[in-house]
Design a protein around this ligand. Structure first.
Ligand code: ADP
Ligand code: MG
Length: 208
């Protein structure tokens, strides 16, 4: 292959990297109580890739989630989201990135208890500037997509754990993020419901 073509391929591959972590360290506390939660993580995630990170409790999974999600910043190293160096963003730009580029799913669902499924899913779209009507219409479509078309007016306490987590998934994809981050999304679910959750996430990736 000609060098020129190789360079073009390399540039194209680079463009397809949505997450790049370069020697990321996150240390908590100070000696002698220093915790090296992350100690040099280098990682590329490509567009369309589905990646699971497994490790025992305390191994740094949530810390890495926070680094990639722009929730916390590394002690050392760099994080790029869709080619943007997260450390260079001011708080306004960081908030914009979190709203538009990343969908978050947590172990404990974290959906708002006083809001209906529809309102929970509409909220990020309102933050992103959609009109109330457009947000509602889009939220209905997404809730159907995750299998909750019959539950849109239910509040979290009227839903099962698995259904609440589906609302959380619907909310996470509301603003068409480039990245969906999920931190132990199945930990509070029974094995079967957890498996359905993973199947849903894989399905959503494939139907994007
Ligand atoms: P995991 O999600 O894999 O269970 P965490 O990323 O939550 O692991 O934690 C990794 C390590 O960092 C643990 O030893 C934890 O006690 C420590 N840690 C996490 N957050 C903090 C913090 N805010 N302050 C001090 N230590 C922390
Ligand atoms: Mg954790």
């Amino acid at each position: 292959m000609a060098d020129n073509q190789k360079n073009k391929d390399a540039i194209a591959a680079q463009k397809d990297i949505v997450i790049r972590a370069l020697d990321v360290k996150r240390h908590y506390g100070q000696a002698p109580n220093l915790t090296r939660a992350l100690d040099g993580v280098t990682l590329d995630v490509h567009r369309g890739e589905y990646l699971s990170i497994m490790g025992p409790s305390g191994s740094g999974k949530s810390t890495l989630f926070n680094m990639i999600g722009g929730i916390d910043s590394p002690t050392e190293g760099m994080v790029f989201i869709d080619e943007i160096d997260v450390a260079q963003l001011d708080s306004f730009e960081l908030a914009w990135m979190r709203c538009h580029k990343i969908g978050y799913i947590f172990q404990s669902y974290n959906i708002l208890p006083v809001l209906t499924a529809l309102e929970n899913v509409s909220l990020p779209m309102l933050f992103a500037g959609l009109s109330a009507d457009d947000a509602r219409d889009k939220a209905v479509g997404i809730l159907r997509k995750v299998g909750l078309g019959e539950r849109i007016f239910h509040r979290p306490y009227e839903l099962s754990g698995g259904q609440q987590q589906r609302v959380a998934v619907a909310r996470a994809i509301a603003n068409d993020p480039v990245i969906i981050l999920a931190d132990e999304p199945t930990a509070n679910l029974d094995v079967r419901t957890g498996k359905e959750m993973i199947e849903l996430l894989v399905h959503l990736k494939n139907t994007e």
